[in-house]
Write a protein that binds this ligand. Structure first.
Ligand code: F6R
Length: 248
């Protein structure tokens, strides 16, 4: 379940290869995607590999985990903007192939319902990529979120707003709410890959390694997924107990 790599780049190269093979064997793959710093080298490596192998991306469908409420798609910190910049535009993926929850809709409850239905109508997710918050969140499912949750509105925790403040000029500009895919939808993906890199993720990874299944640690439910892989670099693995490293 836990796999340690020397560097974030080594994870990026490996995971890109996994995605590439998946799409080669099923050009209509449905990908669940994440944003954030962890994903940047992964998307960059994937785009390189996809271009050099001439991979056909025209039939894939993608669903992102989450979006801030109150940020328009063109806002530089919206997740739509992140995905266009780091993945969709450089990879040549059309807007008709991609879905993110809308943070600017009039009826947010309806948006959540429609997003859930859209994932189901696409046949569910073949693979879901995840980062992890320093508080253990996956998507924006903060500690305490029921494991049975589907796409919903969340009040972002102070921890998450502080962590994500690095992307905004002023930390007070970090939205207070977001729409996120629920834990049930993440768990319904056929395969899940969680990636954690950097020493700032060491504590949460040690907690994840040792904890039982606990709604206060949202990522802990992944231990029950039949096809879960957790890719961490050495910095994020630095606080894992020694026996864990040997076992890995
Ligand atoms: C983003 C998302 C979040 C991030 C997590 C880690 O779409 O769902 O769960 O994956 O906050 O973010 P980074 O990679 O910036 O440390």
């Amino acid at each position: 379940m836990f796999y340690i790599f020397p560097t974030p780049q080594a994870i990026a190269e490996h995971l890109s290869g996994v995605l590439l093979q998946k799409i080669q064997s099923n050009p209509k793959s449905v990908l669940g995607l994440a944003t954030g710093s962890t994903m940047e080298p992964i998307y960059a490596a994937f785009i390189n590999q996809a271009k050099s192998s001439g991979l056909n991306l025209s039939e894939i469908t993608t669903f992102n985990l989450d979006e801030y409420i109150g940020l328009a798609p063109e806002h530089p910190q919206s997740y739509y903007h992140f995905m266009q910049t780091h993945f969709f535009r450089p990879a040549g993926i059309c807007t008709s192939q991609v879905s993110l929850p809308s943070g600017m809709c009039n009826n947010i409850e309806e948006e959540c319902l429609l997003y859930s239905q859209k994932i189901q109508n696409a046949g569910g997710l073949d693979i879901q990529l995840l980062g992890i918050g320093t508080n253990g969140h996956i998507g924006f499912n903060e500690p305490g979120t029921p494991f049975s949750s589907v796409t919903h509105v969340v009040e972002l925790s102070e921890n998450t707003r502080r962590d994500n403040g690095r992307f905004f000029e002023d930390k007070n500009q970090v939205p207070t709410k977001a729409i996120t895919m629920g834990i049930k939808e993440i768990m319904s993906a056929k395969e899940v890959v969680l990636v954690a890199t950097g020493s700032h993720k060491a504590e949460v990874m040690a907690h994840l390694y040792t904890t039982g299944i606990d709604e206060q640690m949202p990522a802990s439910i992944l231990k029950e997924h039949r096809q879960i892989k957790i890719f961490i670099d050495e910095a994020a693995a630095s606080l894992l107990p020694m026996e864990a490293k040997l076992a890995i």
